[in-house]
Design a protein around this ligand. Structure first.
Ligand SMILES: Cc1cc2nc3c(=O)[nH]c(=O)nc-3n(C[C@H](O)[C@H](O)[C@H](O)COP(=O)(O)OP(=O)(O)OC[C@H]3O[C@@H](n4cnc5c(N)ncnc54)[C@H](O)[C@@H]3O)c2cc1C
Length: 409
C-alpha cells in the first residue's frame, strides 16, 4: 500500500483519489474549499462529458447522475454569419450519450464518497509549505489544482504550447427559457467566422435540467466587450444581446428573455492553452507530479477539459496501481508520456478549432454535411479526438480519407 497526497478536489483529483482508495491505497486530499462552499459558489465549467470519460467514472461507481442528468446523443456544427447565412452545417449521432453535471453538484458528492471510503480530506489553500509537508510524509504527491496558481510550479513546455496568449474571451451561462434545439438533444457548435463561437447543450444544475452555453469571443472582435460587466444580470443581458446579434439562428430558441438558473450561474475568463512539464521540484528537492489541467489546459471550445481530466486520472490510476517501487522522476515522466500520447490529439483537435481552419479540415467538415458516416465520425470525435487520426490532422491523410469516403458515398 502506498500513501499518496493529492492537491485539488476537482474532476481529476477526486477521480484519482477515489480510485486509489478503492485500490487499497492511503490517500490524503487537500481542497481549498469545502463541499458546501463549492456547492454554494459560482459555476466553474460547462463540463460536457462523453462516453469514454463517463465510462471511467462508471468503473468507479461514481456516475451518480446517469439517470437524472439529461443525455444528448448527437452533435451539430453550423458556420453562419451574423445575418444567419449558413456556410456549412452537419449533424451526426454519437454512439454513446454525453452528459453535463454541474461541478457544484458533482464535486461535493465525490468529496463525501472520498471520505466514505476512508480518505483524509484537508481543507486548506495549499502553498509550498503544505506541498513540502505532504511530499515528506507520502510516497507520491500529485498536484491536481487545475488552473490554480500553485500549478505555476510546473514549467511551461514551449514545444507543446503553440500559444502564449488566450485565444478567446469566455462567457459561460446556465440558463432557463432557452428551449432545447429542435430534434434530438445535441451539443450545438455555432461558428461565426472571425467573431467567435456559441456552444450549447443540456445539463443538470442545482434546480434540475437547464441549458448551458458558452460564448467564445475572438479577442479584439465585436463580441470581446465584457470589460464593464460586473453583475450576473449584466452578464445575462449581454449574452442575450450577443446571441441575437451574432447567432440569430440560435437566438430563435430564446423564449421571451433568458433567465439565469441561479444568481451564481455565470463565469467569465480567458485561458491560455498550455502544456507544462509534468514534474516540479520543490525547494527541498522533493518532486510533485502534475495531472490534468495543471499540466495540460485547453480552451473549452471543444469541451475536452473534464474529459481529459478523467482520462488522465485513469492513466495515472492504472499506472499507480500497477507500480511496485518508488514513484521517481522516470516513473512520472513515463506515466505522463502515456497520457500525452493520447492528449496530444486532444490538444491539436482543440487548437485547430481556435485558429483559422486549415483547408483539409474545412474539406472534411464540408464532406460531413452530405455524408452521414463522416458526420457520425465527427460527432464521435468529441468523445475521442484520437479516433479521427490520422486523417483529421494531416492534409495528405485527409485527401486519402476523403477519396475513399467519396467513393463509398
Ligand atoms: C467556461 C468553461 C467551460 C468548460 N466546458 C467544458 C466542457 O464542456 N467539457 C469539458 O470536458 N471541459 C470543460 N471545461 C474544462 C473543465 O472544467 C476542466 O478542464 C476540468 O474541470 C479540469 O479538471 P481538473 O481536475 O484538472 O481541475 P479542476 O476541476 O479545476 O479542479 C481543481 C481543484 O483544485 C482546487 N485548488 C486549486 N488550487 C488549490 C490549492 N492551492 N490548494 C487546494 N486546492 C486547490 C480548485 O479549487 C479546484 O477545486 C470548461 C472550462 C471552462 C472554464
Amino acid at each position: 500500500m502506498a500513501s499518496i497526497a493529492i492537491i485539488g478536489a476537482g474532476q481529476a483529483g477526486l477521480h484519482l483519489g477515489i480510485g486509489l482508495l478503492m485500490g487499497g491505497h492511503d490517500v490524503t486530499l487537500v481542497s481549498n474549499r469545502t463541499g458546501a462552499e463549492i456547492g454554494a459558489g459560482f459555476v466553474t465549467s460547462s463540463q460536457s462529458m462523453y462516453g469514454m470519460a463517463l465510462g471511467f467514472e462508471r468503473e468507479l461507481g461514481i456516475d451518480y447522475w446517469q439517470d437524472t442528468a439529461p443525455q444528448y446523443c448527437a452533435a451539430q456544427m453550423r458556420l453562419a454569419d451574423s445575418d444567419g447565412n449558413v456556410g456549412l452545417f452537419w449533424q451526426g449521432d454519437m454512439d454513446e450519450p454525453g452528459q453535463s453535471v454541474d461541478q457544484r453538484i458533482k464535486m461535493p458528492r465525490w468529496m463525501d464518497r472520498f471520505e466514505e471510503l476512508g480518505g483524509t480530506l484537508l481543507i486548506e489553500d495549499a502553498g509550498i509549505e503544505t506541498l513540502e509537508r505532504l511530499a515528506a510524509a507520502h510516497d507520491l504527491l500529485v498536484v491536481a489544482s487545475g488552473k490554480g496558481e500553485i500549478g505555476r510550479l510546473f514549467e511551461r513546455n514551449p514545444a507543446r504550447s503553440p500559444f502564449s496568449q488566450p485565444q478567446r474571451m469566455l462567457a459561460l451561462t446556465y440558463a432557463h427559457r432557452f428551449s432545447p434545439r429542435p430534434g434530438n438533444p445535441a451539443i450545438c457548435i455555432n461558428i461565426n467566422p472571425g467573431i467567435g463561437e456559441f456552444v450549447s447543450f443540456p445539463g443538470l444544475t442545482l434546480d434540475g435540467p437547464c441549458e448551458i452555453f458558452t460564448i467564445e469571443a475572438v479577442p479584439g472582435g465585436p463580441m470581446d466587450v465584457w470589460g464593464d460587466v460586473t453583475t450576473p444580470a449584466e452578464h445575462l443581458k449581454l449574452s442575450e444581446e450577443l446571441l441575437r446579434a451574432y447567432f440569430p439562428i440560435e437566438a430563435e430558441r430564446i423564449e421571451g428573455h433568458l433567465e439565469l438558473t441561479d444568481e451564481k450561474a455565470v463565469l467569465r475568463g480567458r485561458i491560455t492553452p498550455t502544456v507544462r512539464h509534468p514534474i516540479a521540484a520543490l525547494p527541498s528537492g522533493k518532486l510533485a507530479f502534475g495531472i490534468a489541467d495543471t499540466v495540460c489546459v485547453n480552451d473549452p471550445i471543444t469541451g475536452q477539459g473534464s474529459n481529459n481530466a478523467a482520462k488522465c486520472a485513469k492513466v495515472y490510476l492504472d499506472a499507480i496501481l500497477a507500480h511496485d517501487g518508488p514513484f521517481d522522476a522516470a516513473w512520472m515522466n513515463a506515466t505522463f508520456e502515456t497520457y500525452w500520447d493520447y492528449a496530444r490529439y486532444v490538444v491539436d483537435y482543440t487548437n485547430m478549432t481556435l485558429t483559422p481552419p486549415p483547408p483539409h479540415m474545412l474539406r472534411i467538415l464540408k464532406a460531413a454535411e452530405g455524408n452521414r458516416e463522416i458526420a457520425q465520425l465527427m460527432a464521435n470525435s468529441f468523445n475521442d479526438p484520437k479516433a479521427i487520426s490520422p486523417w483529421y490532422y494531416d492534409p495528405a491523410e485527409a485527401e486519402a480519407f476523403l477519396l475513399t469516403h467519396a467513393a463509398a458515398a
